[in-house]
Design a protein around this ligand. Structure first.
Ligand code: MN
Length: 484
């Protein structure tokens, strides 16, 4: 099976710079995908520069551009030095008549002409039938036959508005898959994109179009992570993809596109391997398979136990184990009591809280490796927010400065620089809550940090939002460093 990875550029509101596109393409290549659709060459000058950048990177994957059935589009693709075109031609009467204001015969001619033109200019052509799932069956077959006769090496069936169901996907592909190597391109309007893609593959499709995090128009396309793990774990199929990189790629794409991943998204969502207290944690302790269909390690993640006032000793024990700590029954009871006290105050119990409590109860004396000594921030309407910071790092003084979009950003940037040599730490999430009502409110900042696949949450609480932010990050970094 080949995997076409579209870059999710068609996601509403998402526009990637050339630099970001290249980062994503490199990550996808490392993951092991076969085809990367790097964008649509006709879009703009910047888009062409971006696609060209990807094409010139010397990646193992085939680099592809989207194109319509117009010679001008193909010329733009040629300018970008791509290997192939995803040549998309509408085939349903609805699209042909309403969108193109043409007829079947004209569209067929355009498809054939453009295919020949692209082939003559040395491109691989994947001829795609847009809205195939609502097209006339005889016309669709004729379209594919003439496309292959014109030289198209691959064909594609698009379920453009996601109306396919698995039974129909199987029936359709049984009929068409013999014509030429066939791709399936599914949209997720009804949440069936993964199921439909699998059905098509089982019925003879040899390539599947997916996007990282299921990005794409409207509800998005079939998601890479879901499809790969469904094939690997439920169908026993080897995709040759490096599944342990899936989470990393998902995080990267989410960060670069600015599109967050839903907490409950399969495989890559925050909660996919997070467990609450109670029965589930008890079961996990006996055997993680009781409440996990696959291990988090398979996709490059870690199991997380959430603690709060509903915590039980089983969940505390497991959470401690994840931190590499062990406690006897009495200590466990003491730790649980302190966690419940925090929970009763309405607090989210962070990993840093648990570590701090465990350290206190188990009498582990950890000296913080990073201590804040001085922090200065300048902000206003005519200055670039700037911050200078003095830290003690392993008892050595480090002074750094940074600028940012606002005072908090500037302070965190200065802090990042100051600890940059010590550890490569990523700020995954940042939340602010005002605990009381006024401008003098106690502000609570909650952060999620990661380093080498380890994730930790920490909190800072001050009347000063900048201090609370720096405190939370320093606390989290210190805790991350203890996980070494
Ligand atoms: Mn599409």
């Amino acid at each position: 099976m080949d995997t076409t990875l579209r870059d999710g550029e068609q996601t509403p509101g998402v526009s990637l710079t050339a630099e970001k596109k290249l980062w994503i393409a490199k990550a996808l290549d490392k993951l092991g995908v076969d085809v990367i659709e790097a964008g649509s060459a006709v879009t703009s000058e910047g888009e062409r520069a971006a696609i060209k950048g990807v094409a010139h990177e010397g990646l193992r994957a085939e680099i592809c551009s989207y194109a319509r059935a117009l010679k001008g589009d193909i010329d733009y693709c040629l300018e970008c030095d791509v290997n192939s075109v995803h040549l998309v031609v509408p085939v349903s009467d609805l699209h042909i008549e309403k969108k193109l204001r043409k007829d079947r015969e004209t569209v067929l001619c355009m498809a054939v002409d453009t295919t020949s033109y692209a082939i003559d200019h040395g491109l691989i052509v994947e001829l795609s039938a847009e809205d195939a799932s609502r097209a006339d069956a005889d016309f669709l077959r004729e379209f594919y036959r003439q496309g292959v006769a014109a030289g198209a090496q691959r064909l594609c069936y698009c379920d453009t508005v996601g109306v396919l169901v698995p039974e129909r996907a199987a029936a359709q592909f049984t009929e068409i898959a013999h014509i030429a190597p066939m791709s399936v391109h599914c949209h997720d309007d009804f949440g069936l994109a993964t199921a439909n893609s699998v059905a098509a593959l089982k019925a003879g499709a040899t390539q599947v179009h997916v996007t990282v995090n299921g990005l794409g128009e409207r509800a998005g396309n079939a998601s890479l992570e879901e499809l790969v793990m469904t094939l690997e774990s439920l169908y026993g199929y080897k995709t040759r993809l490096n599944t342990t990189e899936l989470y990393l790629v998902s995080r990267l794409v989410s960060r670069l596109t600015g599109v967050p991943v839903a907490q409950n998204k399969p495989i890559v969502g925050e909660n996919a391997f997070t467990h609450e207290s109670g029965i589930h944690t008890h079961g996990l302790l006996a055997d993680t398979r009781t409440y996990e269909p696959i291990t988090p390690e398979m996709v490059g993640r870690e199991r997380r136990i959430v603690l709060g006032k509903h915590a039980g000793s089983a969940s505390v024990h497991l959470a401690l184990k994840e931190l590499g700590l062990d406690a006897n029954d009495e200590q466990l009871g003491d730790i649980l009591k302190r966690i419940k006290e925090l929970g009763d105050k309405g607090k989210r119990v962070t990993d840093a809280d648990l570590q701090a409590i465990a350290d206190a109860v188990l009498e582990i004396n950890r000296e913080a490796r990073i201590k804040l000594q001085e922090l200065t921030v300048v902000s206003g309407n005519v200055v670039t927010p700037t911050s200078s910071i003095k830290l003690s790092v392993d008892n050595q003084e480090v002074v750094e400065a940074g600028t940012g979009l606002g005072p908090v950003d500037a302070a965190i940037n200065a802090l990042r620089k100051a600890i940059g040599k010590l550890a490569d730490i990523t700020l995954e999430e940042y939340h602010v809550d005002a605990i009381t009502g006024g401008t003098d409110a106690l502000v609570e900042v909650w952060v999620k940090l990661s380093r080498d696949g380890h994730v930790i949450t920490a909190r800072g609480a001050r009347a000063d939002i900048i201090m609370a932010s720096v405190e939370a990050v320093v606390e989290g970094v210190n805790r991350l460093l203890t996980l070494e």
